[in-house]
Design a protein around this ligand. Structure first.
Ligand code: PGA
Length: 240
């Protein structure tokens, strides 16, 4: 295969692992991968585990509050995230859009707040299976509308990348068709000016199929990021 341009691989641990002991073990495995030079590797564990990460890992949080105010029980501010070593934040993941009922308006506020605090934003967009059933161009229009709303008032050239994650591909074992994901990535970059990573059932088996496209700047990896051996194989694809 041709030499790949520098890529970014983001691990989204979601609400895993179930214990601090397991998190310690996983961080230890990740730290062994941390020295790679050809790829940026970012780990987004549950915030509760950030303090266990140790040295040498680029860290992100999976959500952030919109405001730095005291009266928000259960929320975590950008300042707190930064103080514990996080430099990235995932915003607008479809699981939060669905379960926490996050609207585009709220997501836009979070993007603005995170950028203001100088966190790097990984903004997730993507269509449902119902939208995709209407065809690629319906999906493209849907994603473009999300981008317009989520990026409102965001200054051009902000520290932000877009994760294209078709909802039906997340955790389903059925990844998008890589050529179509690349076409969507290219449409997203045309609409927004930002680089695009792909997420949705990325494994060590299929990662290369996505990462070989220059339009696809990296991957957002959920399930496969919890198995250190599996994640290592994905990182190795972009570090060789
Ligand atoms: P998955 O999750 O790799 O388990 O499909 C990706 C994501 O939701 O970010």
């Amino acid at each position: 295969m041709k030499e790949m341009a520098r890529k970014i691989i983001v691990a989204n641990w979601k609400m895993h692992p179930a214990s601090a002991k397991e998190a310690n073990r996983l961080f230890k495995e990740y730290r062994k991968l941390g020295a790679s030079t050809a790829a940026d590797m970012v780990v987004c564990p549950p915030s509760l585990y950030l303090a266990l990460a140790g040295k040498g890992l680029k860290l992100g949080v999976q959500n952030i509050a919109t405001e730095e105010v005291f009266g928000q029980t259960g929320e975590i501010s950008s300042t707190m995230a930064k103080s514990i070593g996080a430099t990235y934040v995932i915003i607008g993941h479809s699981e939060r859009r669905r379960a926490q009922k996050e609207t585009d308006e709220l997501i836009n506020q979070k993007v603005l707040a995170a950028l203001q605090a100088r966190l790097r934003v990984i903004l997730c967009v993507g269509e449902s299976s119902q939208v995709r059933a209407k065809g690629f161009s319906a999906a493209k229009s849907y994603v473009e509308a999300q981008l317009a709303a989520d990026l409102k008032n965001v200054p051009e050239g902000s520290a932000l990348i877009i994760a294209y994650e078709p909802i039906w591909a997340i955790g389903s074992g059925t990844a998008d068709n890589p050529a179509e994901a690349a076409a969507m990535a290219s449409a997203i970059t045309a609409a927004s000016g930002y680089r695009v990573i792909y997420g949705g059932s990325v494994t060590s088996q299929n990662a290369r199929d996505f990462l070989q496209y220059k339009e696809i700047y990296g991957a957002l990896v959920g399930g496969a990021s919890l198995k250190a051996g599996e994640f290592k194989k994905i990182i190795n694809l972009v570090t060789k």
